[in-house]
Ligand binder design. Structure first.
Ligand SMILES: NC(=O)c1ccc[n+]([C@@H]2O[C@H](COP(=O)([O-])OP(=O)(O)OC[C@H]3O[C@@H](n4cnc5c(N)ncnc54)[C@H](OP(=O)(O)O)[C@@H]3O)[C@@H](O)[C@H]2O)c1
Length: 295
C-alpha cells in the first residue's frame, strides 16, 4: 500500500485549505498528495509545487477508477449538490464504491454534527454517506464539521443593513468554527491517522445563541442588530415575502430548527487536539473581518 493521500473537491475552499495544510503545516511531501477535482486545470499552482492532479467527478465513474488506484487514504469532501433529489448521496456513494473497488486503505469523509438526529434538511445525506463508508468494512475517518464562521458572510450583512435578524433558532446554540481550523485539523488527521477508525466532531471552542452572536457583531462592527424571534412557519413566510427562491426555503429554515433543537450545539476539543493550535474564536473572526462586514 502506498502512502498517498487523495483529496476530492480540491478546487473548493475546504479542499484547497486541506491540501495547503498537508503541505505547509504537516510537511507532507507533495509527491504523496493527489488533488482530485472536476477541474484540475484550476489547480496549476498545486501542480507547480509537485502535487499530482487527477480528474475526480462523482458523476463520472471512469474518473474515480483511474484516480483512486493505488491511493492509501481518499478524503471525500462532501459535494455542494443540494437539490433535495438525492444527488449528493448518490455522488458520495459512487465515490465510496469506487474507493473500495480500487482497494484504497482508508476512506475519510466530511459530515455534519449529529447526522442521525439533526434537523438540517440534508443531514440524511451525511448519515447515508457515513453508513455507506462503514458498510465497506474499511478503516475510516469521519469529520463532523459544525457551521463555518464564514457562513455568517451570508446572514450577517443583511442583519447589519436592516438592523434586524429574523430567526427561529430561539435560544439554540451553534459552535461556529473557522473553515481553516477545520482544514488544519483534517490535514493533521490525514497526515498522521490513528490506527483505528475515528469520528471527530469539529467545532469551535464555544457555542452561542443568535442573540449572543448579534450582540457580539453589534459591539465589534458598531451597528445595532435586533434579533426577531419567529416560528419556523413565520420565518419561511418572511423568506418567501423577501423573494428567497421557494426551493431553498425549507433548507434555510432547517438550519434554524437544527440550532433550536441542539443539533449544532456540541462543543468538543477535537479541532484543537488534531490541529495542535488554538482555534479562532467568533470574536477574532468578526474583528478580523471588520472591513468585509462594513462593505
Ligand atoms: N460546515 C459548513 O458550514 C459548510 C458550509 C458550506 C458547505 N459545506 C460542505 O462542505 C463542503 C466543502 O465546503 P467548501 O467550503 O469547500 O465548499 P465549496 O467551496 O462550495 O466546494 C464545493 C465542493 O464540491 C465539490 N463537488 C461538487 N460537485 C462534485 C462532483 N460531481 N464530484 C466531486 N466533487 C464535487 C467541488 O469540487 P471540484 O469543483 O474541485 O470538483 C468543491 O470542492 C461543501 O461541498 C459542503 O458539502 C459545509
Amino acid at each position: 500500500m502506498s502512502d498517498t493521500i487523495l483529496v476530492t473537491g480540491a478546487s473548493g475552499h475546504l479542499g484547497q485549505a486541506i491540501i495547503g495544510h498537508l503541505l505547509d503545516s504537516q510537511g507532507v511531501a507533495p509527491s504523496r498528495i493527489v488533488a482530485g477535482s472536476r477541474s484540475p486545470d484550476k489547480l496549476a499552482a498545486l501542480a507547480d509545487r509537485g502535487v499530482k492532479l487527477a480528474r475526480v467527478d462523482f458523476d463520472d465513474p471512469a474518473t474515480l477508477q483511474a484516480a483512486f488506484a493505488g491511493i492509501s487514504i481518499v478524503l471525500i469532501v462532501s459535494t455542494d449538490a443540494l437539490d433535495g433529489a438525492g444527488t449528493r448521496l448518490r455522488q458520495h456513494k459512487a465515490g465510496i464504491a469506487a474507493a473500495r473497488a480500487a482497494g484504497v486503505g482508508r476512506i475519510a469523509y466530511t459530515s455534519l454534527p449529529s447526522p442521525d438526529t439533526s434537523k438540517v434538511s440534508f443531514a440524511p445525506d451525511h448519515l447515508g454517506s457515513e453508513a455507506a463508508i462503514k458498510a465497506t468494512g474499511l478503516p475510516y475517518l469521519i469529520f463532523r464539521n459544525n457551521w463555518y464562521q464564514e457562513n455568517l458572510f451570508m446572514s450577517l450583512p443583511q442583519a447589519l443593513k436592516s438592523g434586524q435578524w429574523y430567526t427561529s433558532a430561539a435560544d439554540g446554540i451553534t459552535a461556529y468554527v473557522a473553515r481553516d481550523d477545520i482544514a488544519a485539523a483534517i490535514a493533521a488527521a490525514l497526515a498522521n491517522p490513528p490506527a483505528e477508525s475515528a469520528t471527530y466532531t469539529l467545532s469551535g471552542n464555544d457555542a452561542l445563541t443568535n442573540d449572543q452572536v448579534a450582540a457580539l457583531a453589534s459591539e465589534i462592527l458598531g451597528k445595532p442588530i435586533q434579533v426577531v424571534h419567529l416560528t419556523d412557519e413565520q420565518l419561511a413566510g418572511g423568506m418567501k415575502a423577501a423573494g428567497v427562491p421557494e426551493a431553498y426555503i425549507p433548507t434555510f429554515v432547517s438550519f434554524d430548527a437544527a440550532a433550536r433543537t441542539g443539533g449544532l450545539a456540541t462543543v468538543t476539543d477535537d479541532t484543537e487536539k488534531l490541529s495542535g493550535r488554538n482555534s479562532k474564536s467568533l470574536r477574532e473572526f468578526l474583528e478580523g473581518n471588520r472591513a468585509a462586514f462594513a462593505g
